[in-house]
Write a protein that binds this ligand. Structure first.
Ligand code: BOM
Length: 143
């Protein structure tokens, strides 16, 4: 559900700082990772795709060809409270998106398109967290 997605996003977002430099993702292009869920968030910067690649790699979620590693991704999601309720569904949503953009040879662009597709799929399936929820949790964690 949406609470699980909130926790997974914040967990995944922990790797943003480590990945900013190597991906050139400035704060102007993305301030915090949870902005991903804003209604008006634009998937236009290749750097974001590079950052998501780096973040995924950090958690060991990618194969050698920079595709999702299914087992590791399922385990990663299951490591969050109630993660087991979403893990399989997330993996299959991401995989369906990967198949749509498999022709894109540039990893950063492909991952950016997969991420946007994944966000829309989460919204369509009612598992996308709201921005209020993300902001509240983010502020609580910072305190
Ligand atoms: O083909 C490469 C696969 C890359 C996966 C891209 C999915 C992207 C998501 C960005 C948002 C993440 C929020 C939570 C993490 C779920 C694992």
């Amino acid at each position: 559900d949406v609470n699980v997605m909130k926790d997974v996003t914040l967990g995944f977002g922990q790797a943003l700082d480590k990945c900013r430099q190597e991906s050139d993702l400035t704060e102007e292009k993305m301030e915090e990772f949870f902005h991903f869920w804003r209604d008006d968030f634009k998937f236009e910067h290749r750097e974001l795709g590079c950052a998501i690649q780096c973040m995924s790699h950090h958690f060991n979620l990618l194969t050698d060809s920079s595709r999702m590693h299914h087992d590791n991704t399922e385990q990663f999601i299951q490591s969050f409270p109630n993660g087991q309720v979403l893990a399989r569904q997330m993996v299959s949503l991401i995989h369906a998106c990967e198949k749509q953009f498999d022709h894109e040879e540039d990893h950063c662009w492909r991952i950016l398109h997969v991420a946007e597709c994944f966000k829309h799929a989460c919204v369509a399936h009612g598992v996308a967290p709201s921005m209020e929820m993300m902001m509240t949790e983010f502020i609580m964690e910072a305190e």
